[in-house]
Design a protein around this ligand. Sequence first.
Ligand SMILES: *Cc1c(COP(=O)(O)O)cnc(C)c1O
Length: 382
Amino acid sequence: MAVPEVRWGNEAKYLAECVETNFVSTVGKFVSEFETAVTKRMSCAKAVSMVTGTAAIHLGLVALGVRPGDLVIVPSFTFIATANAISHAGALPWLFDIGEACWTLDAAQVEKALEEKTVMVDGAVIHRETGRRVAALLPVHVLGTAADMTAFQKIAQKYGLGHLADGACAIGVTHRGRPLAGFCDLTTLSFNGNKTITSGGGGMLLGNDGALMERIRHLGTTARVGADYDHDAVGYNYRMTNLEAAVGLAQLEQLDRFLDRKRAIREAYTSGFAQLSELNGFPHKEGEESACWLSGVVFSQDRTDGPVRLIEALRDRRIEARPFWKPVHLQEPYSEMLREDLTVTESLWHRIVTLPSSVSLTAEQQKRVIGAVVEMFAPQHA
Ligand SMILES: *Cc1c(COP(=O)(O)O)cnc(C)c1O
């Protein structure tokens, strides 16, 4: 099968350089070049590369002082890795709802719960009912659309919470035209194979606090002191390899083209289905650009069997359509977690169908996808 050319630029060339120079592991020029290139692209002071996006969230929370038994505020509507990273730190997710129009963490609900359900004890925010400390606030930039960071920055400052944003799908995105990583202590990226750009596997932590970022680099490199076997903390072997960074750097060079393509795909689906009353498009937030990581359709409330039927009909035509994230509170390991009202999350998640959104999708192929969906709903127009 032919490899779609649109996905690859200098990857093979940079990989060959790693092999020829013998720098294939965590030391090598591509690691620092990739980190520097990402700080430029995201307008932040520092970046530390990681083995995965999940590891980046985990280490970020540890560095922010999240301890075993703490609570971390997080939306239930996210990929399970966000909650897993909280668990890896020994903490527990406190699950919140999302806004209907944007699919990101509901700032008003977070503020209200902090006000009504917590109390300050010796400078710590304590959840009254459980007696647990609320240690951090973790919004998610869902699908590469910025969460309401202006509001979350205020909340985090007011309560003295650690503030990490999961931006796994948000490379190349700003919030109200300002650098995304400027609103919180730490922002994480993922370069997993399914994200806008990939390094094969990988992640990154972004931030503006030099001391915090140095601490993260140290902890992520087995907390080694000097060149010999001396370590001053329980560290992690979480650093990205030069091979992965070589691929990541070559991918980053193509980011603008990928983002243009992703946004064009979103637009074509939105206008292609505009006359179908049974379907809504993916969220668009006024004044907010999105990375449009994935695109698809959302069924209106009254067609509950629709998503399954659409997915099957498209699969019959060899078009890959898929459900989207099943929320964290419906996942077995998290069914007993502390949670607020999740009305929007529960009504939304099973109505979503993602459609082919890869940068290698051609306009012709997308036309075929749109045609197949329209045919299912409006046979007379087919
Ligand atoms: C992909 C993803 C992650 C996990 O990143 P990995 O690199 O796969 O570990 C975390 N959060 C969100 C929202 C994601 O989409």
